[in-house]
Design a binder for this molecule. Structure first.
Ligand SMILES: NC(=O)c1ccc[n+]([C@@H]2O[C@H](COP(=O)([O-])OP(=O)(O)OC[C@H]3O[C@@H](n4cnc5c(N)ncnc54)[C@H](OP(=O)(O)O)[C@@H]3O)[C@@H](O)[C@H]2O)c1
Length: 258
């Protein structure tokens, strides 16, 4: 199994490692020491090794996961000496593959965006470009959707950002139910299962047309249709489209994609 070195040990690195170990992946995982507390915790919980600096991690790794915040990514990458046999896998949002490639050379480069549900092997990640080594690693923790151009990757990044938004929507539903009189546990269960149930049905029935399913449930005169209409009138659906457009423009500008 290829040794994984992680540059930037924070939130993403934590759930990435947890996802691998929860899936039974026993590869060697090497961590940079900068965030000492998180690194020590991960080392102890998930049998990782904390090395003395970034270059030591890069020297011993077959795959280098670049997981710093965007502002730090190119500086961290530029400081590394890499080999042609290595793969740098960047999870950094908004930093283009061309910029990464010029700093990662002579190593190979790929981009992905696994999300927090990867900790339990759920959710999707885009992968740019097709790369069998990255695919093999990532499919342990998420559904991999390979894309061949940066614009499509940034589109997937917008969807990735809605992952946090989905948690917010579930929390809003729970909060509303509680305010209306439900116990915290009941509200939590109902809110989660409402979203999980719909997504699970869609996942288990690949031919299910989502719009048709919504129309079938929300027929004229039903409470579901009443709720959908209220939500539409309050610009709820339009807000999603507008937020997506604005975020996509921002990501394309940041990654300098035409
Ligand atoms: N979190 C998510 O849900 C998520 C989802 C998809 C993609 N991503 C991407 O993942 C990346 C990391 O996000 P995150 O939420 O994990 O951020 P984070 O929690 O802030 O972790 C980043 C870590 O990188 C460290 N770091 C910064 N410069 C470094 C350097 N030169 N060498 C070694 N370590 C360095 C930081 O240390 P300091 O704290 O000392 O600066 C911090 O510990 C981002 O680029 C983001 O776009 C995140």
């Amino acid at each position: 199994m290829e040794t994984l070195g992680i540059i930037g040990v924070g939130h993403l690195a934590s759930y990435f490692i947890a996802g691998l170990r929860n899936a039974g992946d026993k590869r060697r995982i090497l961590l940079t020491p900068r965030n000492a507390e998180i690194a020590a915790n991960l080392a102890q919980r998930y049998e990782c090794e904390v090395l003395s600096d970034n270059q030591s991690v890069a020297d011993q790794a077959d795959i280098v996961l670049l997981a710093t915040r965007p502002a730090h990514a190119l500086v961290a990458l530029q400081a590394l000496t890499l080999r042609p046999s290595q793969l740098v896998l960047s999870v950094v949002a908004g930093v283009s593959i061309d910029d990464l490639r010029s700093f990662a050379a002579p190593a190979d480069i790929a981009r992905c965006l696994p999300l927090a549900p990867a900790e339990v092997g759920a959710g999707a990640t885009p992968l740019l470009p097709n790369n069998p080594r990255a695919q093999k690693l990532l499919e342990t923790i998420a559904t991999v959707v390979t894309v061949e151009d940066e614009k499509t990757f940034e589109l997937a990044a917008v969807a990735s950002c809605t992952s946090g938004w989905v948690f917010q929507i579930i929390a809003e539903l729970q909060s509303w139910l509680e305010k209306a009189g439900m116990s915290q546990q009941q509200a939590r269960t109902i809110a989660i299962e409402t979203f999980h149930g719909a997504a699970h049905l869609a996942k288990m029935q690949p031919d299910l047309d989502l719009q048709q399913q919504a129309d079938t449930i929300g027929t004229e005169g039903t409470y579901t249709k009443f709720f959908i209409d209220q939500f539409r009138q309050a610009q709820g659906f339009q807000a999603l489209h507008t937020s997506g457009d604005n975020l996509l423009n921002d990501l394309l500008k940041t990654a300098d994609v035409e």
